[in-house]
Design a protein around this ligand. Structure first.
Ligand code: SF4
Length: 466
């Protein structure tokens, strides 16, 4: 297979595997582990890789973090809240160690990759055994081996933009699987720390992705979620100049029942990609297209590289090509300098698009990003008042947009019992919306055909038609 400059060599992966084997035989290695995950799907999938490596080292998962011999915090730094929660939990574990002196603690993920964080960890959290950044995930066996053989904290943060292949993965669900297609981000949106902690964009080789997808299909997976910070720009760094649309077409031909992807940047949403969706059988008719603001002035300050008009044009194009498509978005309220007029433009855009769901956030400054030093930071009271208006608008609109599904046939991939009834199961429909349908334990993890009959608390209810 032709390798990109970023792919970690097979020799290096073998070297890491040798550390895994060494750890298996160490008398002082932990018996049980627990991984605490914060943040997005990328992090959840990284935790599946950590669990896969730990299992190969001979460890089993503990039921709770205070019952484990080894606890790993896979952290997120997108919002200050997540960071504070992680640090609070890590400090609490120090108390647990008083009862269990052998307890090992590791911290990894985006937070560790933040500038200055490694030094802070060494100084303030010296009781941590091991800390490593996102780029070092594939070196986990080597780093753990080192940590098991020293009394000092092992802290490694390298800025290496790599693509590891062949890591073992212990997947959380059998029927639905994450599949990373690329790492990093080149966009530098002015409020976002991701490019600083996850590095530059680098795509996996198409052959490696297709092989993994095929293995998943053969193992009975019904749905794959393709992951990347900006999947729309997949392949731009590959020598062959592969595109995301091309990759989707190949995956569609493979016959995996359901294919989803996340996340997309509107500026890279090409006509080719929209046409690939329109002509596909297995790519689900849903699109998460973060808009962030409806004001051109704020979009420019956010460094988003599209205007309100361009965004709306993409939405129109998507709806023309894939009728009835499910649309969701992310919106930031209270970005520095956002006036009432800017905010009203966001409200207007939300009205115009009519999203099926919207993830709304109050802007939170992240040290190291451009927006953190912008003047005119919005006071919390104003931001809170605005987000409440936005949430209330979205909730009202959602009732109408979601009602369009009533009477329609849908297929849901059930995830578990409904929260409200033990005689109903729920999961996501093809359009990305939660649906509850009568069912039992034997339906969980299966695709169930149904007809939508009603809408309750932003969840669609349905009857079975099989
Ligand atoms: S596209 Fe923007 S918001 Fe998304 S990860 Fe990249 S920099 Fe962050």
């Amino acid at each position: 297979m032709k390798r990109t400059a970023h792919t970690v060599s097979a020799e290096e992966m073998k070297r890491q595997h040798a550390f895994t084997e060494e750890i298996r035989t160490l008398p002082q290695r932990p018996e049980t582990y627990y991984v605490v995950t914060y943040g997005c799907q990328m992090n959840a999938h990284d935790s599946e890789k950590l669990a896969g490596m730990l299992r190969e080292m001979g460890m089993t998962e503990a039921k709770a973090k205070d019952e484990a011999d080894f606890v790993i915090f896979n952290t997120c730094c997108i919002r200050e809240n997540a960071e504070r929660r992680a640090l609070g939990n890590i400090t609490w574990l120090r108390e647990v160690r008083k009862k269990n002196p052998g307890l090992m603690i590791a911290v990894c993920g985006c937070m560790i990759q933040e500038p200055g964080m490694a030094e802070k960890i060494l100084k303030q959290y010296g009781f941590i055994n091991l800390a490593f950044g996102t780029s070092n995930l594939y070196r986990f066996p080597e780093l753990l081996y080192r940590a098991l053989n020293t009394d000092q904290s092992t802290v490694i943060v390298e800025e290496c933009d790599v693509v590891p292949e062949g890591l073992p993965i212990l997947r959380a669900r059998k029927e639905s699987a994450y599949l990373t297609i690329m790492y990093g981000c080149n966009n530098y949106c002015s409020y976002c720390i991701v490019p600083y902690v996850r590095g530059r964009e680098r795509s996996r080789e198409p052959a490696a992705i297709l092989r993994e997808a095929e293995d998943l299909l053969n193992s009975g997976v019904r749905e794959i979620m393709l992951l990347g910070q900006n999947v729309n720009s997949y392949g731009k760094d590959l020598p062959e100049g592969k595109s995301f649309a091309g990759l989707l077409k190949e995956l569609d031909r493979m016959g995996i029942p359901r294919i989803r992807f996340m996340t997309s940047h509107p500026k890279d949403l090409s006509d080719e990609l929209i046409d690939a969706m329109a002509g596909s059988v297995h790519i689900l008719p849903q699109f998460h297209l973060p808009v962030q603001s409806g004001s051109d002035r704020i979009l420019e300050a956010m460094n988003r590289h599209y205007t309100r008009r361009q965004y709306l044009d993409r939405v129109r194009r998507l709806r023309d090509a894939v009728p009835g498509i499910g649309l969701s978005t992310d919106i930031i309220v209270g970005f520095p300098g956002e006036t009432e007029e800017d905010f009203l433009q966001t409200m207007e855009l939300v009205r115009e698009v009519g999203y099926d769901s919207a993830f709304t956030f109050i802007y939170s400054p992240r040290t190291g990003t451009r927006a953190a030093s912008l003047p005119d930071q919005i006071i919390p009271e104003t931001a809170t008042e605005r987000i409440q208006r936005l949430i209330s608008l979205q909730e009202t609109l959602q009732q109408t947009t979601m009602s369009r599904f009533i009477g329609m046939e849908e297929e849901i991939l059930t995830e578990g019992f409904s929260r409200r009834s033990s005689e109903a199961v729920s999961g996501k429909g093809r359009h990305g919306i939660s649906v509850t349908v009568p069912g039992s334990a034997k339906d969980i993890g299966k695709i169930v055909k149904c007809r939508i009959t009603g809408l309750k608390n932003n969840t669609l209810t349905a009857e079975r038609i099989e």
